[in-house]
Design a protein around this ligand. Sequence first.
Ligand code: OAD
Length: 412
Amino acid sequence: MAAPRVVNARATRSKGESATRTRILKDGTIESVAELIKNGSAKNIIVMSGAGISTAAGIKDFRSPGTGLYDDLERFNLPYPEAVFDISFFKDNPDPFYRLAKELLPGRYRPTFTHYLLPLLAKKDLLLRSYTQNIDMLERLTGLDEDLLVEAHGSFATSECIECNELCDNSYVRKHILKGEIPHCKECKGLVKPTITFFGEQLPDRFGTLAQVDFKKCDLLIVLGTSLQVEPFNRLITRVPATCPRLLINREKAGEDMHLGFDFDDKWKYPVLRDAVFLGNCDEGVRQLAKLCDWEGELQAMFEAGNIEMALAEELEAMTLAKEAEEEQKEIEERAKAEQESEDKGEEEKPHVKKDTENILKDTHENHQVPKNLEESSSSDDDVDAITDRLQATEISSSKKDSAPAKDDKPS
Ligand code: OAD
């Protein structure tokens, strides 16, 4: 599968207008798309998404002027903003990526209202697949069956050596990223990076294999929060059948300037009228779609249950980290004590030891938002067990079990 690249393609206008034109959607509105869903015409929905679905979670998108990530990278002294995700640049200078990775690392963000549309569609057996460009892994946190997900630009889920392709222990990589250090392969000493697809790298095989089958079967395409500027992902919108309705929910129109791209304003005079757009925030658009389909209450309940689960998981993670920090601190103190005893029994605690301890606690707070009270209290195994029990008891855990399995005819 081709490597991702930014494009500025122009569409070729269709030669002449077709005499008979077919209207798939009543008009180019979200209401007419909801009507199709309600009357049962959409049973194989594909959702394509980008950074705009995660901005409400506090993650920057890439290209929004002023607020996007690419407008905020001056501190890295890059030759051009995308260099931070360029494999050739990374090989020479991995530092900017790793500094950014510390900010982007999953574990601090929760799925948005929009993300929960995916498990909702899956539960109703309407989701053929979700294709995302996002590397934040928030789709996974909704409990969406991973078989229904294609992370087209990879994710932080795994890491590998860019030289020998050996998979590396993710917790080893995570620890390095949090400490601001660059991880190297234990086998060949090559640079290790999360399996995010950089410019100049091939997209995951799963993307090409599944896209080839899925898009032919799609009977409603919903595109959420993306500028559709990066190939080959953006081209997917052109691969659905010519009669497949398409809905874009985004702050601005996108995907119009490519052959068979969106045509919201009847600019290209396609023989089939099938494109709709909702201009605004994804959460607003998705809420409106859900409301029109009589799903709003269900979606809201999934979102709230998901939030409770996230809060408990975060609490558990914070306690585990506090416990680890506490144990590490104890070890440092014991080591220092032993050293002191052997050197000079009367000497005071070594200043560097105190510094180490302070740094560990500081690092833990900054990176994992450990609640302040956990620093003082000693988290017991009982506390951790109690939260684990609460986590298991949350509604979302049972709703996950209820959610519909992947459709049989989908390739795995
Ligand atoms: P972009 O930043 O290019 O586009 C995000 C789009 O979402 C823009 O059109 C925004 O206006 C819109 N947007 C932002 N917040 C929104 C919200 N709350 N509701 C609705 N719309 C919103 O991000 P992507 O299209 O995802 O690739 O970028 C694609 C790829 O470019 C990324 O995967 C990454 C990047 O370089 C690689 O790293 C390989």
